[in-house]
Design a protein around this ligand. Structure first.
Ligand code: PBG
Length: 337
């Protein structure tokens, strides 16, 4: 036993038997015992597409993220593929909105055209299409309204119709983000009935009604014109309900389940990892991106380290797939390391 005299009193120090610091002594030792790493193959870059040509406009609330037209998006995906990224998630910003989101099932719609162009130029890239109606409705809600509420079952038919047009355009994965009950089953049934049994369903299973979608709604022009999304997206307080939502989606035939947003819901992510065998995705949403960017721009945070730590947190919590606006930046940096 070692003891040291201080001026004030005698302090006793029992030397520890276990010394975890032994494994932290050198970079090589730390690397040797590192438990997790971010897989570039598991990253998905979200992309915003709109009609027109030659568009490349930065989204003011999301520095470094752009809106593309169907021609420029192909060039962007080519750049992403060269960085080693293999999957993208498309969001459409149509030029025409109505009560029933009809521009969403237009075979010449913005997502359909972008998907076709990407698959033609880069067939090896996985094209995921977010499946929702809020960008396409005049009222900004995620489905068909009955009075002031979203009519669940009428919206199911709409989602199925849209999904078929995405499948015909060559989309590999449809990702319903609307939170209507029973959508996964209806999508699976309709895709199968039209010989699209290989089109994958990535379900936004536990999607919470979150303040962190703020910048996205600005980027996608999809803010609701009245009310909010609390009658269909989940209450942030609910963990057990997330398990139930995921169980329903698994039962209905989802191939991949998802938790969204990411950082505020890491506990839910871990919970779903432990409860289900399916591949698990997390969505590191726009607000999470913009907060970090803003702090970095002020010099208040080390951006690269904060990104690394964030993406590692998702891997550690159990995500196989991470949808993040940082994907391109991360992949570009990983190549240099
Ligand atoms: C569509 C949708 C949203 C997001 C993904 N799909 C917006 C919303 O639910 O309001 C958010 C993505 C992000 O914030 O990055 N419903």
């Amino acid at each position: 036993m070692t003891s040291i005299d201080t001026a004030a009193e005698q302090i006793v120090v029992t030397p520890p038997y276990a010394r975890p610091r032994r494994l932290r002594r050198t970079p090589a030792l730390r690397a040797l015992v590192r438990e997790q790493q971010v897989r570039i193959d598991g990253l998905v870059q979200p992309l915003f597409v709109l009609p027109g040509r030659g568009v490349h406009e930065e989204i003011s609330s999301m520095p470094g993220i752009f809106r593309y037209s169907t021609d420029t998006v192909v060039e962007e995906v080519r750049r992403l593929a060269a960085l080693g990224l293999r999957s993208v998630l498309l969001f459409g910003i149509p030029d025409r909105k109505d009560e029933i989101a009809s521009s969403n099932y237009d075979p010449n719609g913005v997502v359909q055209r972008a998907a076709e162009a990407i698959k033609r130029a880069l067939p090896e890239v996985t094209v995921i299409a977010d499946l929702c109606n809020c960008e396409y409705t005049s009222h900004g809600h995620c489905g068909i309204l009955k009075g002031e509420t979203v009519d669940n079952d009428a919206t199911l038919a709409l989602l199925a119709r849209v999904a078929l047009t995405y499948a015909r355009a060559g989309v590999d994965v449809v990702a319903p983000s609307d939170m209507m009950d029973g959508r996964v089953r209806v999508l699976r049934e309709n895709l199968d009935a039209h010989a699209f049994e290989d089109v994958t369903i990535m379900a936004y299973s536990a999607k919470f009604a979150s303040a962190f979608y703020g910048p996205f709604r600005d980027a996608a022009e999809s803010a609701p014109s009245f009310g909010d999304r609390r009658s269909y997206q989940m209450d942030p307080a609910n963990r057990r309900e997330a398990l139930r939502e995921a169980a329903l989606d698994v039962d209905e035939g989802a191939d991949i389940i998802m938790v969204k947003p990411g950082l505020p819901y890491l506990d839910v992510l871990r919970e779903l990892r432990d409860a289900f065998e399916l591949p698990l995705a997390v969505y590191n949403v726009s607000g999470e991106y913009s907060m970090l960017k803003a702090a970095a721009q002020h010099g208040w945070i080390d951006e690269e380290r904060a990104i690394d730590e964030t993406l590692l947190a998702f891997a550690r919590a159990g995500a196989d797939v991470t949808i993040t606006y940082f994907a391109a930046e991360y992949a570009a940096r990983a190549r240099k390391r």
